[in-house]
Design a protein. Structure first.
Length: 327
């Protein structure tokens, strides 16, 4: 999909809009998992999530190749839309973003604040995406997909930062929404000649990629009823499925209660706030804790954009107290 030279150029371009995000080894989190843990903090980007990198690279190429593009349109549950709105504003390109009804209130506010024209449509992401595609054809707008080589290239800049900071990771847990994050990690690992085992993470309530991985082909689901909206996917991308089947070790499924516990663990052990998808990697590592003894573990904290009501329910006064980390 890209070579190391292209990746280096993309990293330089992304660096004009944001600084590299930290990769920290947190002792309390290591005690909780019983091993050495490094967290890649993609919750520290200008939009609070990793996808901004993909938006920056995608819009950079689009604007160079189509300088008079009238506008872009896409669908999202939040972070993809924030990414595109952020990047489109930098290039002076209008952005229309479709979200499903009942989408995250805070993410909707953020997309509007970044300059997007936000439209609510349908009961889930897939219906919003289909309507965005119809409007793109009708109005001549450029439809930005949820998975594309330029999006993966942009996202891969975080994997480059992580693997150069921690090249000795034995295993890396990566949440899967539409697949750009885990695909990027697989490609960069292979470009750098590393042996890190890469494990995808999905919700038990939205397991389309897990089912596709098991079947070796695209498998869709009828629902995606997880509160971790960043991994609420029903229709996997075929190219992403092929990459994941080739390069991932396995896909772990985590329940919403496990995600909530992982959010609380991040809060108590690192004082970082994770959204549901952002905590999914830690939830999977906690589920597989007995397998990790003596290994160097990487976790992608992919975003921190959680609604206040869900934060209160999962982390705040309505939530059970987090268990202290055990030595």
């Amino acid at each position: 999909m890209f070579d190391l030279k292209e990746l280096e150029r993309a990293h330089e371009m992304v660096g004009t809009a944001m600084t590299p995000t930290p990769a920290h080894a947190w002792p309390l989190l290591g005690q909780r998992l019983g091993t050495h843990v490094v967290v890649k903090h993609e919750n520290h980007t200008p939009t609070g999530a990793f996808k901004v990198r993909g938006g920056l690279v995608y819009l950079d190429r689009l604007k160079r190749e189509r300088p008079n593009v009238p506008g872009i349109i896409s669908a999202t549950r939040g972070n993809h839309g924030q990414s595109l709105a952020f990047a489109a504003r930098r290039h002076g390109v209008p952005a229309v973003i479709y979200v499903p009804k009942g989408n995250s209130v805070e993410k909707n506010h953020a997309m509007r604040a970044f300059g997007a024209d936000l439209v609510e449509h349908g009961d889930d992401f897939q219906l919003a995406r289909e309507e965005a595609g119809r409007r793109a054809q009708f109005e001549g707008l450029h439809m930005v997909p949820s998975f594309h080589p330029d999006l993966v290239l942009g996202v891969a800049t975080y994997a480059l930062e992580l693997f150069r900071a921690a090249p000795d990771l034995d295993v890396l847990y990566v949440p899967i929404g539409q697949g750009s994050g885990i695909s990027a990690c697989i490609l960069v690992r292979d470009l750098l000649g590393l042996k890190t085992e890469i494990v995808g993470v999905q919700s038990t309530e939205a397991p389309s990629y897990a089912l596709s991985f098991a079947a070796g082909k695209v498998v869709t689901t009828e629902t995606s009823n997880t509160l971790a909206d960043g991994v609420a996917t029903r229709f996997p991308d075929a190219d992403a499925v092929a990459l994941i089947c080739k390069g991932a070790s396995r896909i772990v499924q985590v329940a919403d209660d496990e995600v909530a516990a992982a959010i609380r663990a991040y809060w108590t052990d690192t004082h970082n706030l994770a959204e549901g998808a952002g905590a999914a990697a830690l939830a999977a590592a906690l589920q597989e804790k007995t397998k990790l003894s003596g290994k160097r573990v990487g976790l992608v904290l992919s975003g921190g954009n959680i609604d206040f009501d869900l934060f209160r329910r999962w982390v705040g006064t309505d939530a059970p107290a987090a268990r202290p980390a055990m030595a």
